[in-house]
Design a protein around this ligand. Structure first.
Ligand code: ADP
Ligand code: MG
Length: 283
């Protein structure tokens, strides 16, 4: 049978759900759960059927289908999908190390080595998705988790709720994403998989300086900046950042998606190659 088939039994038969929630989204929450048979900890994304529009419920099923088709060390693995009269549940691997978002807030800026190690993993996952014609469409530090709190912990992409198996012959039109990270062509509702690379460019920019390249006091003001697509390296934070890093950001934050670097080429960029070499622990 299908390992990730829909379970007809109740989730409570297989799992003990725990409090408090790990995270909350617009339509549900994510909780820790103990797999009763093995005592292994997992994560469960729970969505209330009553409080969630039908299209959002379809999106959760889409998320399961897409996650089932992916097998990569930097992408969250799915175990089961359950539903009962009130809720939908997706059971996945648990990430104990928190969000990249919180790491940025804690550390304010990443060293170039740490940023490159991080970007290499994100771009590896994105390149894998794009090679299978899957576009994530909501890459941001809240959707990038650390597997554990240990130094050198792996990074995992989560939240494939707005991802899509696209036809590379056609442009996508639906607008998804988050103002700081959304690509300008997504705002024009005519885009392809390069929208994920733009978001990676925004993430790297933030990792290296601690603030976003396109900012404003409202969503509208932020997306107006994104549409113009102009950003700078003007503040003191950028004084000690390498020329290669700035050039790499410019290749990802290229406004024209046709000229924008691909995930494959980004993985082979000189900056990634130079700075992601594992730092010698004896140094
Ligand atoms: P939403 O669509 O509501 O944004 P996400 O899948 O992004 O749902 O989950 C919301 C939050 O829950 C994440 O930002 C993260 O903090 C937490 N979370 C999600 N999946 C996991 C997981 N597998 N392990 C640990 N925390 C998780
Ligand atoms: Mg999310």
């Amino acid at each position: 049978g299908d390992m990730v088939g829909e379970k007809m039994g109740k989730i409570n038969k297989d799992y003990t759900l725990m409090n408090p929630p790990l995270g909350k989204g617009a339509f549900g929450e994510v909780r820790r759960a103990v797999h009763k048979q093995t005592q292994i900890l997992r994560a469960v994304k729970i969505i209330s059927k009553q409080q969630t529009p039908k299209e959002e419920q379809i999106r959760l099923k889409n998320e399961v289908e897409i996650l089932k088709s992916l097998d990569h060390p930097n992408i969250i693995k799915v175990f089961e999908f359950y539903q009962d009269t009130r809720f939908l549940y997706i059971v996945t691997e648990l990430c104990q190390g928190g969000e990249l978002f919180d790491k940025i807030i804690d550390e304010k800026q990443f060293t170039e080595n740490k940023a490159a190690e991080t970007m290499k993993q994100i771009l590896g996952a994105v390149n894998y998705c794009h090679s299978k014609n899957i576009c994530h469409r909501d890459l941001k530090p809240e959707n990038i988790l650390y597997e554990s709190n240990k130094p050198g912990a792996l990074i995992k992409l989560v939240d494939f709720g707005t991802s899509i198996a696209y036809n590379p012959q056609e442009k996508m039109k639906q607008q998804f994403g988050t103002p700081y990270y959304i690509a300008p062509e997504v705002l024009e509702r005519k885009y392809d998989n390069k929208c994920d690379i733009w978001s990676c460019g925004v993430i790297l920019y933030i990792l290296l300086c601690g603030y976003p390249p396109f900012n404003g006091s409202s969503d509208q003001m932020i997306t107006d900046k994104v549409k113009i697509g102009k950003f700078g390296f003007d503040t003191d934070e950028w004084n000690y950042v390498s020329k290669e890093a700035k050039e790499f950001i410019c290749k990802m934050l290229e406004k024209d998606p046709k000229k924008r670097i691909s995930a494959y080429d980004a993985l082979n960029d000189p900056w990634i190659q130079k700075y992601s070499e594992k730092v010698n622990c004896d140094m």
